[in-house]
Design a binder for this molecule. Structure first.
Ligand SMILES: [Fe+2]
Length: 498
């Protein structure tokens, strides 16, 4: 395997026994290019043609305080599949904080668990002292990849093919943007939200295909909230106000402690895509917290939303994990108990109906992207190792029949969030693949793996050797080459006309 290595980044990270700086969470500091990946088993499908991008958490410097798994610097890993061949490359996201710490040669910002004021510089994000790592999400809009942070910050732009930095998005408002903006491929629009500690506490915006902010309105909330994701349908955008948020009295003393507020319902704001605050339709539902939605669509008088309902949004600490007991519980699906769930908002009656779709503890799900914003039947969720934020298998839910296929990876092997990639010429909703990166703690290696989305129980049907072991992280995306070509042609026409 031909490997082209880039000049090393400066690191000051010392050996540690931290549960999220070791094993499958050992940071990767190396940037490489591999023109052609070696096939370990199976064959690369010739009926997919696109790019898989995954954002991961890679702590570069010795933390100033207590390390949290989501403190690491963003690194994007890419597998580019075309014509039955695959290449690989990975790059740090060149955020301002990453660059400043490269110059300093050490950490300048504290982490999510550190007291306010630990940081030695102001933060770049909307929340003041935090480091804007861009390490939560990765999406592609109008030919540009955007890495974003869930605590709100800049949208860091990369070329999705070369992973070269394109700087920060010029359209991001002062309050930043949250992770999980949504793209409507049909209109070329990107919908996003942000949240902050000052009124109106949330905003919602739309960016068009030219990268222009065309709509930006307040979503007034009763106080500071901690939303994580949003959903869109062709006509509506869905924001949320959940009862898990910072304790207001402690917040007054600059202590950021989230708690579940008894008796406070979950609220959903349905706003027309280009609507104003007066157009918002508010719906109430039973108290919960939801990290991720899988899909939303319109059905007669109803707007339907699917995602992962948490039975215990405020989990008990995992005492056996000692000083990490609280942090370990907050990132453990088995502690907060997330299950696939459906909410139906009736626009005529104003009522909400809820339905549990599965009893399994799962999260980080994907749908066939061709069924985004319309009624979909299948969801591919991931399972996790109890006590840990580590994906150890898949569940393919058939929400029509309730049937579930389950695949469990071998012990010590962990997956990444795995987009569903429809096959060229697909004849059904589940006709395609799941693409993922695996981390194998038994061998100390990583692979790119491809599964049959129609039958996940077969396990990987193609395995490709990666040149190094990657670190775990959160979100990922698949972008089709034909979409990138269409975006390039769109921009070429714009420049020619200008
Ligand atoms: Fe997320």
């Amino acid at each position: 395997m031909q490997i082209m290595r880039h000049p090393p980044v400066k690191t000051s990270l010392e050996p540690s026994n931290h549960p999220y700086l070791t094993g499958p969470w050992t940071p990767c500091h190396e940037e490489v290019d591999v023109p052609e990946l070696r096939v370990i088993a199976g064959a690369i499908p010739t009926d997919i043609d696109g790019i898989y991008l995954r954002n991961t958490e890679n702590q570069v410097h010795q933390p100033l305080g207590r390390h949290h798994p989501f403190d690491g610097d963003a690194m994007i890993h890419q597998v580019n599949i075309s014509g039955g061949k695959a290449s690989y490359r990975n790059r740090f996201v060149r955020t301002h904080c990453f660059e400043a710490e490269q110059i300093a040669g050490r950490s300048l910002w504290g982490g999510l668990m550190d007291p306010w004021g630990t940081s030695m510089r102001p933060g770049f994000g909307a929340h003041g002292g935090l480091k804007d790592t861009g390490s939560t999400d990765i999406i592609v809009h109008a030919g540009t990849a955007y890495a974003t942070l869930y605590q709100c910050g800049e949208a860091w732009m990369l070329d999705p093919v070369t992973l070269g930095s394109r700087g920060k998005a010029p359209w991001v408002p002062l309050d930043g943007i949250s992770a999980h903006p949504k793209v409507d491929e049909a209109t070329g629009e990107l919908m996003f939200f942000n949240y902050s500690k000052h009124a109106p506490f949330m905003h919602y915006g739309v960016v068009d295909r030219t990268g222009t902010l065309v709509h930006y309105v307040p979503i007034p909330l009763p106080g500071p909230r901690l939303p994580h994701d949003m959903a869109v349908t062709p006509n509506w955008s869905i924001l949320n106000d959940m009862p898990l948020f910072w304790d207001e009295e402690l917040l007054g003393r600059n202590i950021h402690a989230a708690r579940l507020h008894d008796g406070v319902p979950t609220r959903f704001a349905l706003i027309p895509r280009h609507g104003s605050p007066e157009d918002i339709r508010w719906f109430e539902a039973a108290p919960t917290y939801v990290l991720h939605w899988t899909n939303a669509w319109e059905e007669g008088d109803e707007v339907v939303l699917e995602g992962y309902h948490q039975a215990r949004p405020m989990p008990e600490p995992l005492e056996e994990m000692g000083r990490y007991s609280h942090m370990m519980a907050y990132v453990d699906e088995h502690s907060f108990q997330s299950r696939l769930h459906r909410w139906r908002f009736n626009l005529t009656t104003g009522e909400t109906r809820e339905e549990r779709l599965s009893e399994r503890i799962v999260e980080f799900g994907m749908i066939n992207p061709r069924y985004a914003m319309r009624e979909s039947r299948y969801v591919w969720s991931t399972t996790t190792r109890p006590g840990w934020f580590l994906f150890n298998g898949y569940v393919r839910h058939d929400t029509e029949t309730g049937e579930e296929q389950v695949y469990r990876l071998p012990e010590g092997v962990y997956a990444s969030e795995s987009p569903m990639v429809p096959r060229k010429g697909a004849t059904s909703e589940d006709d395609g693949y799941l693409v993922t990166f695996l981390i194998d703690e038994n061998t100390g290696t990583s692979e790119c793996a491809i599964l049959d989305a129609g039958d996940v129980t077969k396990g990987p049907i193609c395995r490709l050797a990666l040149p190094h072991k990657i670190c775990s992280g959160t979100h990922s995306v698949w972008v089709e080459h034909h979409q990138l070509r269409a975006d390039a042609a769109f921009h070429a026409r714009r420049y020619a006309a200008a």
